[in-house]
Design a protein around this ligand. Structure first.
Ligand code: GUN
Ligand code: ZN
Length: 462
């Protein structure tokens, strides 16, 4: 069974368990992906942009085996392959969301607070419920189905402090051969009862999860420090030791998101030079570190991130919604910092990476900069894959890579269709892609494939 649109994501049972393994599958459509980092602000500069209109994508055993023009003859044995004809639609690599909170689907769109209040008022109470294995299981299923229904095929995810919440995510992702990076959240202070761990137990839980899940299929463990506020120095030291012992795991956390938070961290860690330095001193910054936000960093912090090859998960809709600040992407790029894109739901207002790209554009516009659709789309596909060390697996429509793909309508609804027709008439590809990025959302999505399986498909009637 394939999940259909509109998908009842409140009903985890709608998850497409038991999908039949697809042997050979051919998708027809217009293929857009990237071969290199494109121009930040010049749409006419199409270096790194790969546009292959009216092509066929050949998929076998979960991987892409060829991408060829429609009029090229199919290889021997492919004439009876299953075909999905998406002629006139856009085929792209699935999006990679590098920072999102599974349990926070329950608090998305909560009114009236900034980060620290928001955590205590809405987020922590919701996360406490994940102590219950059934809540964790249902929550993970709902969450993964929702990612697919928005065109996201790989994610770096915060569950909760409860080991079971990480297990639930790994189980769902593994059952569908989906790339998932997650780990139990570390937090041992400044949070309510029911959301606190202790250093020794947390370490045992992490080691268990690493032993069981890290490297199991497409699952990878991330040492998951919530943020400096909710971990004692002892716990940060333990987290750093885990990163050293298990050097191929990831590390994810938040850094320098809001000004109040930065002040609080300075009070809690008076010896540290900066918020980032709290993590750096403990050995938490490395090439596999993913730090959400990074709005209020200084030049030395950016040099540390650059020198370690760590990445900032820029979370546009969250930064706007919580009023956290405007991320200076241009400066980050100038200073050589890796940047990926993230929804940060539920601080963020949607899982749609298109929405987040459109918000990213506005954040740059407010600072006098212009973000091309090329740069935004690259960042959510090949760019993220490169920063995660996964470019051999995801991020492009390329033979040998996993068939994690999305199929999109260029426009949905009369306004977008009108605008799209003008963009087509202009003959300017960037104009068309930019309109799609700016006006599009999950209603444009026709299909999502993970490892060659259709895990989301829009009803023709929708
Ligand atoms: N900082 C610490 N925890 C969180 C969280 O859950 N969301 C966001 N946006 N920032 C955080
Ligand atoms: Zn977050």
């Amino acid at each position: 069974m394939t999940a259909a649109y509109p998908m009842p994501i409140h009903s985890p049972e709608a998850l497409p368990y038991g999908v039949q393994p697809v042997g050979r599958l051919v998708l027809f459509g217009d293929v857009l992906d990237f071969t290199a980092d494109p121009s930040f602000s010049h749409p006419r500069d199409q270096q790194g942009v790969r546009w292959r209109p009216d092509h066929a994508v050949l998929i076998e055993h979960g991987r892409i085996v060829a991408v060829q023009a429609r009029n090229v003859a199919m290889p021997t044995g492919w004439l009876d392959a299953k075909v999905q004809d998406h002629t006139g639609r856009l085929i792209m690599p699935g999006f990679i969301d590098t920072h999102v909170h599974c349990p926070q689907l329950d608090v998305i769109a909560s009114f009236g607070t900034e980060l620290l209040d928001w955590l205590h008022t809405y987020t922590f109470p919701a996360e406490r419920r994940y102590a219950d294995p059934e809540v964790s299981r249902m929550g993970a299923q709902r969450f993964v189905a929702a990612l697919w229904a928005h065109g996201t095929t790989s994610a770096v995810v915060f569950p909760t402090v409860h080991k079971v919440s990480a297990e639930a995510l790994f189980e769902v992702a593994h059952a569908h051969d989906m790339r998932m990076i997650t780990g139990k959240v570390l937090m041992n202070r400044h949070a309510p009862d029911g959301l606190l761990d202790d250093v020794a137990q947390a370490e045992r839980d992490c080691v268990d999860l690493i032993d069981h899940w890290h490297g199991q299929g497409r699952q990878a463990f991330a040492v998951t420090v919530r943020f400096a506020v909710t971990s004692t120095r002892d716990q940060l030291t333990m987290a750093g030791q885990l990163c050293r012992t298990y050097a191929d795991t990831y590390m994810q956390t938040h850094v320098a998101e809001s000004r109040d938070e930065v002040r609080l961290v300075a009070d809690l860690f008076p010896d540290a030079r900066s918020y980032l330095d709290v993590y750096d001193r403990e050995g938490l910054i490395g090439p596999r570190s993913i730090l959400a936000h990074g709005i209020w960093l200084d030049e030395r912090d950016r040099a540390v991130l650059r020198d370690h090859g760590a990445q900032i998960a820029h979370s546009p809709s969250s930064n706007l919604f919580l009023g956290s600040g405007l991320f200076d992407w241009v400066q980050a790029q100038r200073d050589g910092v890796n940047v990926s894109l993230a929804s940060d739901v539920g601080g963020g207002t949607g899982l749609s990476m298109l929405h987040n790209m459109s918000d990213a554009y506005k954040i740059q516009a407010l600072q006098g900069n212009r973000l091309t659709a090329w740069k935004a789309l690259f960042t959510a596909t090949l760019g993220a894959a490169q920063h995660l060390g996964l470019a051999q697996e995801i991020g492009q429509v390329e033979p040998g890579l996993m068939a994690d793909l999305t199929v999109w309508d260029w426009a949905h609804g009369p306004l977008a269709c009108h605008r799209d027709s003008l963009a087509v008439a202009s003959g300017d590809l960037h104009e068309r892609v930019f309109c799609w990025m700016t006006l599009g959302d999950d209603r444009n999505l026709r299909a999502t494939l993970v490892a060659g399986q259709v895990v989301f498909s829009a009803c023709e009637a929708a």
